[in-house]
Design a protein around this ligand. Structure first.
Ligand code: MN
Length: 134
């Protein structure tokens, strides 16, 4: 069964990029573009992993992650934070909220796939069987 990821990202270009990379590696990807939508979808879909942008309209990714971690129905889902700001204290704030990991923008596909695979227990260097070899 394909692993399902939820990507919460309000920038359509970033969202498409992340979605394309993950789908090319055999993941099923669902997406949300606001904090409240991300929270609602996480509860409905129960994905295997969530990539959570921090700056989001409606509610920031830290607040959404805190609520997901406080709920027994969703607290087991690993949340990887994606953030553009590298200010002092951010990493602590993100990990305190319950995020399992942290990726900085701009994202590169290797770091993205390695981080996702790490939390899902998959070898990032093994091509997915569905991936086309050209
Ligand atoms: Mn954003």
């Amino acid at each position: 069964m394909r692993q399902r990821l939820l990507v919460v990202e309000d920038n359509p270009i970033n969202l498409e990029l992340v979605q394309d990379i993950l789908e090319a590696h055999g993941y099923e990807v669902c997406s949300a573009m606001t904090g409240p939508e991300g929270y609602a979808l996480a509860r409905v879909l129960c994905p295997d992993l969530i990539l959570m942008d921090i700056q989001l309209p409606g509610r920031d990714g830290i607040s959404v992650t805190r609520d997901l971690k406080a709920d027994p129905a969703t607290c087991h889902i690993p949340v990887v934070a994606v953030t553009a700001f590298a200010m002092e204290g951010d990493r602590e704030r993100i990990l305190e909220a319950g995020c399992a990991g942290y990726l900085s923008k701009p994202l590169d596909s290797y770091s993205l796939l390695a981080e996702v695979a790490h939390h899902l227990g998959r070898n990032p260097l093994t091509p997915h069987p569905c991936q086309e070899v050209s």
